[in-house]
Design a protein around this ligand. Sequence first.
Ligand SMILES: [Fe+2]
Length: 197
Amino acid sequence: MAVLTIPSGTPAQQERMFQSESEICATLEPLGIDYERWDLSILPTGAADSGPAQSVLAAFAQPIAEMQRRGGYTTVDIIDVDPQTPGLDAMLARFDKEHTHSEDEVRFILAGRGIFFFRVNGLVVSLEVAPGDLIRVPAGTTHWFTLCGERRIRAVRWFQDTSGWTPQYTNSGVDEQFQPLCFGPAYIGPRVPTPFA
Ligand SMILES: [Fe+2]
């Protein structure tokens, strides 16, 4: 399940963490960004993380095809990176600077975690995505992305035209003002001193 925060908001907004599908949808909808949850439990145990890509695509064939129709996406693939992936640092460096694309960025997360930042109408929103999250970012949306600490992501991607996915950098420098703070499944909130500590 994703975690949404508003790091550019008021102090009260900055402290809030949105962790329900309805809250996340309500926050992203005005930005034109779609968020859905897809049920990974239809896959055999371990398949989302390491099963054959073709089996994963086959298991979700119907909703994947429906998404293709919705957005006019011609190509679907699975990206799969981990800390051993050659050139991972260079790959991440392409996308952790604020940029836009001339086509939608559509991802269904199968494994791993990453964090998107969106800057729309002066508001910066961060969304930590996790397995089962599907996000559709419209073409032209100002954003950047990086992986969480385990440097792992496996995701289904849809493309209108893969050449359109070249990042167009804004060179705003805004991305340098926000820490990519991932919470992850083990996050239990700020440490609270106890009498026994
Ligand atoms: Fe992007």
